[in-house]
Write a protein that binds this ligand. Structure first.
Ligand SMILES: [Zn+2]
Length: 94
Protein backbone atom coordinates (compact mmCIF):
# COMPACT_ATOMS: atom_id res chain seq x y z
CA UNK A 1 0.00 0.00 0.00
CA UNK A 2 1.32 3.42 -0.91
CA UNK A 3 1.73 5.84 1.92
CA UNK A 4 1.85 8.87 -0.33
CA UNK A 5 -1.93 9.11 -0.47
CA UNK A 6 -1.98 10.21 3.12
CA UNK A 7 -4.97 12.39 3.85
CA UNK A 8 -4.26 16.10 3.46
CA UNK A 9 -6.55 18.27 5.54
CA UNK A 10 -8.70 20.61 3.45
CA UNK A 11 -10.47 23.73 4.55
CA UNK A 12 -12.89 26.11 2.83
CA UNK A 13 -12.08 29.77 2.25
CA UNK A 14 -14.82 31.99 3.71
CA UNK A 15 -14.69 34.29 0.68
CA UNK A 16 -14.42 32.18 -2.47
CA UNK A 17 -15.68 28.92 -0.91
CA UNK A 18 -12.96 26.88 -2.57
CA UNK A 19 -11.61 23.92 -0.68
CA UNK A 20 -7.86 24.07 -0.37
CA UNK A 21 -5.07 22.45 1.55
CA UNK A 22 -4.99 23.83 5.06
CA UNK A 23 -1.40 24.94 4.49
CA UNK A 24 -2.51 27.21 1.64
CA UNK A 25 -4.98 29.13 3.75
CA UNK A 26 -4.62 31.64 6.54
CA UNK A 27 -6.34 30.83 9.79
CA UNK A 28 -8.14 33.58 11.67
CA UNK A 29 -9.35 33.06 15.20
CA UNK A 30 -11.77 34.96 17.38
CA UNK A 31 -10.07 35.18 20.74
CA UNK A 32 -11.88 35.11 24.07
CA UNK A 33 -12.10 38.88 24.24
CA UNK A 34 -13.80 38.98 20.83
CA UNK A 35 -10.80 40.25 18.88
CA UNK A 36 -10.06 38.50 15.62
CA UNK A 37 -6.41 37.63 15.20
CA UNK A 38 -4.32 35.92 12.57
CA UNK A 39 -3.24 32.52 13.82
CA UNK A 40 0.22 32.09 12.33
CA UNK A 41 1.08 29.12 14.54
CA UNK A 42 -2.17 27.29 13.81
CA UNK A 43 -2.53 26.54 17.50
CA UNK A 44 -4.68 29.29 18.92
CA UNK A 45 -7.93 27.92 20.33
CA UNK A 46 -11.24 29.59 19.54
CA UNK A 47 -13.73 29.92 16.75
CA UNK A 48 -11.80 30.01 13.49
CA UNK A 49 -12.15 30.75 9.81
CA UNK A 50 -9.88 30.15 6.84
CA UNK A 51 -9.10 32.50 3.99
CA UNK A 52 -6.83 32.33 0.91
CA UNK A 53 -3.67 34.30 0.30
CA UNK A 54 -5.52 36.40 -2.27
CA UNK A 55 -6.28 40.06 -1.98
CA UNK A 56 -9.71 39.55 -3.51
CA UNK A 57 -10.64 37.01 -0.85
CA UNK A 58 -9.52 39.31 1.96
CA UNK A 59 -11.50 42.19 0.50
CA UNK A 60 -14.60 40.05 0.26
CA UNK A 61 -13.93 38.58 3.69
CA UNK A 62 -13.57 41.92 5.42
CA UNK A 63 -15.70 44.30 3.38
CA UNK A 64 -18.60 41.98 2.73
CA UNK A 65 -18.61 40.80 6.34
CA UNK A 66 -17.97 37.16 5.50
CA UNK A 67 -15.40 36.87 8.24
CA UNK A 68 -17.67 38.48 10.79
CA UNK A 69 -20.41 36.09 9.82
CA UNK A 70 -18.17 33.03 9.99
CA UNK A 71 -16.63 34.08 13.27
CA UNK A 72 -19.95 35.25 14.75
CA UNK A 73 -18.54 38.60 15.77
CA UNK A 74 -18.49 42.26 14.79
CA UNK A 75 -15.15 43.88 14.07
CA UNK A 76 -14.28 47.02 15.96
CA UNK A 77 -12.82 49.63 13.61
CA UNK A 78 -9.39 48.96 15.16
CA UNK A 79 -9.73 45.25 14.60
CA UNK A 80 -10.88 45.74 11.02
CA UNK A 81 -7.96 48.07 10.35
CA UNK A 82 -5.49 45.61 11.90
CA UNK A 83 -6.69 42.91 9.52
CA UNK A 84 -6.50 45.25 6.53
CA UNK A 85 -2.95 46.20 7.58
CA UNK A 86 -2.10 42.53 7.93
CA UNK A 87 -3.20 41.55 4.46
CA UNK A 88 -1.65 44.64 2.89
CA UNK A 89 1.65 43.64 4.47
CA UNK A 90 1.21 39.98 3.64
CA UNK A 91 0.26 40.51 0.03
CA UNK A 92 2.36 43.58 -0.66
CA UNK A 93 1.14 46.84 -2.09
CA UNK A 94 0.19 45.44 -5.48
ZN1 LIG B 1 -10.52 32.37 -1.24
Amino acid sequence: MALKDKHVPKRTCVACRQRKNKADLIHLVRSQDGIVIVDISGRIPGRGAYICHHRGCWEIGIKQNRLEYSLRTKFSSDNRQALIDFYNKLLGGK
